[in-house]
Structure formats: C-alpha cells, structure tokens
Design a protein around this ligand. Structure first.
Ligand code: C2E
Ligand code: CA
Ligand code: CA
Ligand code: CA
Length: 277
C-alpha cells in the first residue's frame, strides 16, 4: 500500500515537471510573440439593444500559437502579467485601438473604443502621460476612449492606484468597472470612484433563465441605476435575455447575440453598413 502511494506521488511529480516544462515553453513562445508583434486584436461591439446601433468596440487580444493553436486570453494575459510583458502587450493593444479609432472617425463613425487595463499597467512610469501622448499624436481625444478595469483593481483604496485612476478620469478618459458583481464593492466605495459605467459580468447573464438569476441581475442593474452609472450587460447570448434586460431599463448590451469579437476589417464593414442605413 505504501509502495502504491509512493508510485502515485512519483507519477504526480513527473507530471508536474512535464507541465512546468510545457508552461515554460509556452511562456517563451508568448514572449517571442509579443516581441514580434504577432498578437492580433479583435473587437467586440457594445450595442444599443433597442436600435442595434454599435456604440463602442472593445479591443480584445488574441494569440495564435504555432504549437498550441489559439490560447485563451484568460491564460496568456495572466502569463504576460507574470512575465512583466503586460506593459508591452497593453501598449500594442492601445496602439491598434487608436489606429482603428482614427480610421473610424475619419469615416464619420461616432463609435468609441474600449481597452482593457491590467492593474500592473497603472504602475508603469508616466503611464498616464504616455497614453495621452499617444492619443494626441493620432489627433484623437481621451473622451473617445473607455478604459475597462476589473472591480478588484478599482476598489482597492490603495492611494497610488486610486490616484492614477483619478488622473485618467481628469484627463478625460471614461472609466468602466469590468466584471461588475464578481468583486466586493461597497456602494460607498463605488460612489467615490471616478467611474462612469459598469459592465455586468457575463456569469450573471448566463443564469437569466432561472428566477434566482433574474433577481440577482435585477438587483445589480438597480444598484447601477441608483448610482447613475451607465450599465452594459455582457454575455447576452439570446433574444429572450435581451428582452428581459430591456424591461429592466438596460440598453447597452454585448455578447454573441450582437456579435462575437471580430477582426477590425469586419467592424469596418458593419460600421459602413450602419452608416448607410
Ligand atoms: P472581459 O474583458 O470580460 O472580456 C469579455 C469576454 O467575454 C471575452 O473573452 C469575450 O470573447 C467573451 N464573450 C463575449 N461575448 C460572449 C457571450 O455572449 N458569451 C460568453 N460566454 N462569452 C462572451 P476573451 O476574449 O476570452 O477575454 C477574456 C478576458 O481576457 C477579458 O475578459 C479580459 O479581462 C482579458 N483580456 C482580453 N484582452 C485583453 C487585453 O488586451 N488586455 C488586458 N489587460 N486584458 C485582456
Ligand atoms: Ca472587458
Ligand atoms: Ca467583463
Ligand atoms: Ca472577464
């Protein structure tokens, strides 16, 4: 019996070592992909559900690894953070988004772009100045840009991070709390944040087919409305959910029902079609 346990232990160790090694290789390939600018940026629309009009487009990083195929952002974003490469990655996403925004604006579209920010990015030296510099270079304004930060970041009242967020808001960026409902926000804290919008996490939307799920979403939406914040509900996959959300007074929605994340060229076409209507 003792031997058996040792064997299991031994097997686990080998397995662990193999996984570690694969992980290191993946990290190496990620570092290379970032360095060679191989990451792609897709965009997912946020629409006014009552008209179908695209209000904003959220930039989402995509990585196709030669060995493993598409690696999900939930894997490579934390990896990039761990490797200290999130600054470079974030800057590439930002550059791409600004470039597209400039093209869309020149074509007369009023859309905004949304970019996800990792907490570590707030600690980069001169972060706010760099962002505003890049925007000015493109002849754009921070008011055209939504920065999405997760609830856990936003609610820390660690003064350094709060100050950076305040600076971003003062510079004209629109701040959004991402994955709202999954963290631990108190109303009082939220009220003090320089935040204009909340994105209700998709994990709530997927439970809208149950009564409990509906009650929870209703409570979250009412909280956002009480705080006079714009509300976006994520992960809207079917018309029934969209109808229910409309009844609650939610207009801005994002999810498969309205469009998956797509290459910028496809967004160009959708925007052009919308303008022609
Ligand atoms: P997120 O910001 O909450 O992004 C929304 C995620 O929901 C995206 O996953 C999107 O593909 C997915 N989604 C969209 N519509 C639906 C739907 O109808 N149903 C369901 N079940 N899911 C839907 P994705 O692209 O895998 O991104 C995962 C997370 O990775 C993002 O979550 C974001 O936190 C992070 N991320 C992605 N790109 C970047 C980036 O450039 N920088 C940073 N810092 N984080 C990023
Ligand atoms: Ca987001
Ligand atoms: Ca989210
Ligand atoms: Ca998320």
């Amino acid at each position: 019996k003792n031997m058996g346990r040792n064997n299991v232990q031994f097997f686990r160790e080998i397995q662990g070592t193999v996984l570690d090694r694969e992980n290191v290789l993946l990290q190496t390939r990620l570092a290379q992909a970032i360095q060679e600018r191989q990451l792609q940026i897709f965009y997912q629309p946020v629409v006014d559900a009552s008209t179908g009009r695209i209000l904003s487009l959220e930039a989402l990083a995509r990585w196709h690894d030669d060995h493993d195929g598409w690696v999900p952002p939930d894997v490579f974003i934390p990896m990039a953070e761990h490797l200290g490469l999130i600054h470079e990655l974030g800057e590439q996403v930002f550059e791409h988004a600004l470039d597209r925004l400039r093209v869309w604006r020149q074509a007369g579209h009023e859309v905004k772009v949304a970019v996800n920010l990792s907490r570590a990015q707030l600690f980069a030296p001169n972060f706010v100045e760099r962002l505003t510099g890049m925007i000015a270079d493109q002849g754009l304004s921070p008011t055209d840009i939504i920065l999405e930060i997760t609830e856990s970041v936003a609610l820390l009242d660690v003064s350094y991070e709060s100050r950076r967020l305040q600076e971003l808001a003062d510079s004209g960026f629109e701040l959004a709390i991402d994955d709202f409902g999954t963290g631990y926000s108190g109303l009082a804290q939220l009220h003090q944040m320089p935040v204009r919008r909340l994105k209700v996490d998709a994990s709530f939307t997927t439970r809208l087919h149950t009564e409990d799920g509906q009650r929870i979403v209703q409570a979250i939406v009412q909280m956002a409305q009480a705080l006079r914040l714009e509300t976006v509900v994520e992960g809207v996959e079917n018309a029934e959910d969209a109808r229910y959300l409309m009844q609650l007074g939610v207009r801005q929605m994002q999810g498969q029902l309205f469009g998956d994340p797509m290459p910028a060229g496809v967004c160009d076409m959708l925007l052009a079609r919308q303008a022609a209507q």
